[in-house]
Structures are given as structure tokens and as C-alpha cells.
Design a protein around this ligand. Structure first.
Ligand code: C5P
Length: 305
């Protein structure tokens, strides 16, 4: 048996620089892995194929990214092999945290190991980007500059650990709806990414407010009036350096001055009934056999959705 932890991500920077002929958007984004994890348990089985179970209802397994990524790996490299995979979901769905994408990356990393295929990370990244634009990042995680659809990855040196609160306001925001809204407003001058420039390479809670930007934020707030309401209610929280919508939403990420402030804010947001809140930190890994100690879900709930 093999256990892997699949981290969530936030986007420190996300600019959409154009629309492609294939319908996707061209991105420049800085992805960052954080200490909020799903868990996947892998076991070999003698029958060929994958059997997927989960702690929550996933709907048809064939539609799940773990199943699709795993079956893609099997079809290309190990058609005779079989495995059962159990997925323990904790990263909320439709949250802009990349939970499903990270699970898909964990599937190819896990099955590669379980079946002794010895495929290199590059091969796994290319393979898994076929099932979703931001899946490849999670193979190695940490912090990276991602371009193209999000699948062209340049890994960067980790920044000093940052404390964050992730608020999931119990709103599922389909990525496709947010991009559709943005498509109607593609009239801006794209911003440059200064995240890795000069002082930025040593970004901290102090410098982050100057480099954080998310082009999808306005669209996410426009698509979901409920999210805008939560956004407005959380504009002046104690201990917060800056805040932003993560990826296409619906999560709001708060950059915190320190760990205790993060713990306090997460508890306060949950007590006010604004959603589920997680006090987390940045992590320097991707899919891994170990969980960084920074993960502190306030209510200890293990259920997604
Ligand atoms: O690639 P993935 O399936 O994760 O993307 C989900 C949806 O998000 C796509 O169908 C597309 O509408 C939108 N998207 C996009 N440009 C990207 C990534 C995603 O338009 N670079």
C-alpha cells in the first residue's frame, strides 16, 4: 500500500493574455502549493484496471480526474496492471484551489510508483496535463511560473513560508463560467508579473501586496453575487496583509501577518458562518508521501462540498 498527499494551490498572480483558437485562454500565472491536502491510498490488484472509491459521492468514476489520469497512464504504459485507489477529499470542490487537478497528479505519481514504471516527472507532467490545464504543476508543486493553458511550468526557488487563511464560502464556482464572463471583458492592457523580480524573489507577507494580482477576481465576483457579499463582509479583518480570490474562485485567500493571527481569523470566519476556513502555510513540495505540518483545519472536518 502507498499513501500520497495531494496539496491544494493558490495563484499569487494570474493574468489572462489572450484567447486561443482552441477556446482556452493564454495565461501567465504563479502557482503556489499550500498545506491543505487530499489523501490517496493505492493498492495493487490482480485484475487489470482501476477501482476508485471516495469518502464523498463522486458521481460516475469515469468522470473523475483521478480515474481519467490513472486510466490514461495505464493505457499508455501499463495496460495489464490494476490498482484500487481510495480518495479522501478535504480540499473543497469548485473553489479555485486545484483539488481535483492535484488528485489527478497524485494518481499518475502514485501509480507510477506502485507499478514500478520509473517514468520521469516530465513524462508524468505531460501526461496529466491532458486531463486538465493546471494538473501538471502538482507533480512537483512548490512555487512555479506557469504559462500556456497553465501547463508550461517553470519551477522557482521557494519563497519564505507565508501564513494564509483560505475561506471556502460554500459556493461552487465552475471555472468555465468565470472564463466566459472574462471573455466579454477582454479589453485591458495585460499586467506584467513582478513576482520573481528583484526583491520579489524573497517575497514575504510585507512584499506580497505589491505583486499579488488575479485577473479572474472581478469575473468571479460578478458571476457570484453570493461571493461578492462574503468578499464585502471580510474587507477589514485583523492580522490580514492582503487578500485575493484564488484562481477562478470561490475561495478567498488572506495573507496573514503570522500563524496565530491565521488561527484566530479562521476561527472567527467560521463562527460568523461565512464558510469553511483553513489556516495553512505555503509548502515547498507537490504530491508527496508526507504532509507538511502547516495544515490546520479549524473544525477538523474531513468532508468536502
Ligand atoms: O483544463 P480544464 O479542464 O481544467 O479547464 C476548465 C475550463 O476552464 C475549460 O473548459 C475552459 O473553459 C477554462 N479554461 C480556459 N483557459 C485556461 C484554463 C481553463 O479557458 N487556460
Amino acid at each position: 500500500m502507498l499513501t500520497l498527499y495531494a496539496p491544494a494551490k493558490i495563484n499569487w498572480f494570474l493574468e489572462v493574455t489572450g484567447k486561443r483558437p482552441d477556446g482556452y485562454h493564454e495565461l501567465v500565472t504563479v502557482m503556489q502549493a499550500i498545506s491543505l491536502y487530499d489523501r490517496l491510498d493505492f493498492k495493487t490488484r490482480s485484475e487489470p484496471g482501476l477501482a476508485l472509491t471516495c469518502n464523498i459521492d463522486l458521481g460516475p468514476p469515469e468522470k473523475n480526474l483521478v480515474y481519467r489520469a490513472g486510466e490514461l497512464l495505464r493505457a499508455r504504459y501499463a495496460p495489464d496492471r490494476g490498482a484500487s485507489v481510495h480518495l479522501e477529499k478535504k480540499v473543497p470542490h469548485g473553489a479555485g484551489l486545484g483539488g481535483g487537478s492535484s488528485d489527478a497528479a497524485a494518481a499518475v505519481v502514485g501509480l507510477n510508483k506502485l507499478w514500478g514504471l520509473k517514468l520521469e516527472n516530465r513524462v508524468l507532467e505531460n501526461l496529466v496535463s491532458e486531463v486538465g490545464s493546471d494538473c501538471a504543476f502538482f507533480v512537483q508543486g512548490g512555487v512555479a511560473l506557469c504559462t500556456g493553458r497553465g501547463e508550461i511550468i517553470e519551477h522557482k526557488a521557494p519563497i519564505p513560508r507565508v501564513h494564509l487563511v483560505i475561506l471556502y464560502p460554500n459556493i461552487v464556482l465552475p471555472t468555465v463560467d468565470v472564463y466566459r464572463d472574462l471573455s466579454r471583458h477582454l479589453t485591458y492592457q495585460p499586467r506584467n508579473c513582478y513576482f520573481f523580480h528583484g526583491e520579489g524573489a524573497r517575497n514575504s507577507a510585507k512584499t506580497l501586496p505589491r505583486v499579488i494580482f488575479n485577473r479572474l477576481e472581478e469575473s468571479a465576483l460578478r458571476v457570484s453575487p453570493e461571493l461578492r457579499e462574503v468578499w464585502q463582509k471580510t474587507s477589514a479583518e485583523a492580522g490580514v496583509t492582503c487578500r485575493f480570490v484564488s484562481g477562478s474562485g470561490s475561495s478567498i485567500a488572506f495573507v496573514m501577518e503570522d500563524g496565530p493571527a491565521a488561527q484566530t481569523l479562521a476561527r472567527t470566519l467560521e463562527d460568523r458562518g461565512l464558510g469553511r476556513a483553513f489556516a495553512v502555510t505555503t509548502v515547498t513540495v507537490g504530491v508527496s508521501e508526507h504532509q507538511d505540518a502547516g495544515d490546520r483545519s479549524i473544525r477538523g472536518t474531513n468532508q468536502a462540498g
